[in-house]
Design a protein around this ligand. Structure first.
Ligand code: ATP
Ligand code: MG
Ligand code: MG
Length: 548
């Protein structure tokens, strides 16, 4: 089932192996533990792990924990769980913070070689002297500082003698480079911040552009895959590896990040939804986080198939959200038990059915997969049907229930609507119907035909259940485009309905998945369901409007 599709990074790997440039493929997935992973990260995870797997290489999970202000062990744990849930096993679990001492020593080496200096400019002054795409930058007055003085100041930075922002260590490259990332980039900054792993041992922290290539080299990573926005940083990546005299020479390759229509794909924005209470945590089923998709009911198989289908390219593109839905339908089609649920119940009394009698009817478990067998479901004088399946005054071509009309109850009998009961407000609260014993499902009855088939649940044994239907969190239309993020939130992204499922589902556990006839695929919510309460998240409706 695992078809490897070719892509430009895979082609590079094949070539590197065949010409002997590398003897083994080593990749890494390098999340910063400052939030939960989203579906975009899944693309990177699949790419890194599947590439190494295919060529019997190795993949590390490495936390890029160089920015202690925003990082937390809660995120570390969630990321580990998500990678494993997707079905991947890392070779080594690493943290950039494991390398802080070595990174520091390499920085000292750079200073000694005259390739780095301590700079006293403020962040603001550095910005002002960096130049622009059309103008070269200006040398810092501290660029000519002696090696001895920089060594001394760098040691004192580490020792905690200076306040945040007072000094930085900068690479000495070229303030006139057409590539702005080479204009004496900052390598270390002062930040008196407690780190979730190293505690208060450090008050200087390496920058991403310095820590990342060195971490790759230390781990023997051969192909360091990142997203397109780092393309300009590649010369700096190579400079750091070379000037720090690393033994290994990893190479960076860039691919286009995943974007999906109507989907927020940035940890920063996702965090603000959590912090502002717009959603019920990072794993809210509306969130495009891996934990949210899991709670919604997506399977690892469906996410991996999706990532494989979208492929790896160097051009940015926008993937249709319906494609993700397509893959979960495909995955569950033959696996999920098909049963009946009524999400907006309307009671039906079958007046000619004997009072007190309950019979058992056979219902197939999956009409497209005979191997799943069948189950028995109860039928009696009182059932629930869907409010939408009755109309007092039907429009043309309405084939469901209306006064005088006959429909088929799935797996059961034909019923005919004889009487409509209303409350004082004039709302329909109950229907009185009759059934025809001869029309029993499976009996071979051909006497007459009906145009509509509706689903139902037997009332006395039905299990009360809550159903949660979702719409996109963000309203992503033209009219809204210029509004601030939090004003583009869709106020109707969650609909909560109270209804019934078949009694046989009473024992369902969190994570169990079903197809409810005519409604879609559902997942038992593991957080909200309990002993006396079943909560189903709708994963997707049944309609498939997209075929890749
Ligand atoms: P965000 O922009 O959402 O905060 P990030 O890139 O800062 O994400 P990291 O934890 O730094 O998050 O990312 C870990 C890895 O995942 C990186 O290699 C990054 O390139 C990759 N990645 C992040 N977002 C996407 C995406 N939308 N598509 C593909 N890969 C992604
Ligand atoms: Mg990041
Ligand atoms: Mg980012």
């Amino acid at each position: 089932n695992k078809t490897v599709s070719s892509n430009f990074i895979r082609n590079i790997v094949v070539e590197d192996l065949s010409k002997g440039a590398v003897s083994e493929i080593v990749t890494r997935f390098p999340p910063e533990p400052n939030g939960y992973l989203h579906i975009g990260h899944a693309k990177s995870i699949c790419l890194n792990f599947e590439l190494a797997d295919e060529f019997k290489g190795r993949t590390n999970l490495r936390f890029d924990d160089t920015n202690p202000l925003k990082e937390d062990t809660e995120y570390v744990e969630s990321i580990k769980q998500d990678v494993q849930w997707l079905g991947f096993e890392w070779d080594d679990l690493r943290f950039a913070s494991d390398y802080f001492e070595e990174l520091y020593n390499r920085a000292v080496l750079l200073i000694k070689k005259g390739k780095a200096y301590v700079c006293d400019l403020t962040a603001e002054q550095m910005r002002e002297t960096r130049g622009s795409l059309t103008e070269p930058g200006q040398d810092s007055p501290y660029r000519s500082r002696s090696v001895e003085e920089s060594l001394d100041l760098f040691a004192r930075m580490r020792a905690g003698e200076f306040k945040d922002g007072e000094r930085v260590l900068r690479a000495k490259i070229d303030m006139a480079s057409p590539n702005i990332s080479l204009r004496d980039p900052v390598l270390y900054r002062i930040s008196h911040t407690h780190h979730h792993r190293t505690g208060d041992a450090w008050c200087i922290y390496p920058m991403y552009d310095y820590a990342h290539p060195l971490s790759d080299a230390i781990e023997g990573v051969t192909h360091s895959i990142c997203t397109l926005e780092f393309e300009d940083h590649r010369p700096l990546y190579d400079w750091v590896v070379a000037e720090c005299e690393m033994e290994a020479t990893p190479h960076q390759y860039e691919f286009a990040r995943l974007n999906i229509t109507n989907t927020i794909m940035s940890k920063r924005y996702l965090k603000s939804l959590v912090d502002n209470g717009v959603v019920d945590g990072w794993d809210d089923p509306r969130m495009p986080t891996i934990s949210g998709l899991r709670r919604r009911g997506f399977t690892p198989e469906s996410l991996r198939a999706f990532c494989r289908e979208i492929g790896v390219a160097r051009a940015n593109s926008l993937v249709d959200e319906r494609m993700l839905e397509h893959f979960i339908r495909e995955d569950l089609k033959l696996k999920a038990l098909r049963s009946m649920a009524v999400v907006r119940p309307l009671k039906v009394v079958i007046t000619n059915y004997p009072e007190g009698q309950v019979e058992q009817l056979e219902a197939e478990n999956n009409s497209e997969n005979e191997e799943m067998g069948s189950r028995m479901i109860p039928f009696s004088r009182e059932i629930y049907i869907e409010q939408d399946d009755f109309m007092e005054v039907p429009p043309p071509k309405y084939h469901r229930l209306y006064p005088g009309n006959e429909v088929r109850l799935k797996h059961a009998y034909f019923i005919k609507c004889e009487e409509v009961i209303k409350n004082e407000a004039g709302e329909v609260i109950e229907l009185r119907c009759t059934y025809d014993q001869e029309t029993k499902s499976g009996s071979g009855f051909t006497g007459r035909k009906v145009k509509g088939t509706i689903h139902w649940v037997e009332a006395s044994q039905a299990k009360a259940a809550e159903f949660r239907h979702f719409e996109p969190l963000l309203i992503d239309d033209e009219a809204n485009a210029d509004k601030p993020f939090l004003e583009r939130i869709n106020p109707e992204s969650l609909e909560v309905l109270q209804g019934y499922v078949e009694q046989g589902m009473a024992e369902s556990q969190g994570g169990d998945k079903f197809q409810f006839f005519r409604h879609g695929y559902y997942n038992v919510d593991s957080k909200l369901s309990g002993e006396d309460k079943l909560v189903f998240n709708r994963i997707v409706s049944l309609k498939s409007s997209f075929d890749p």
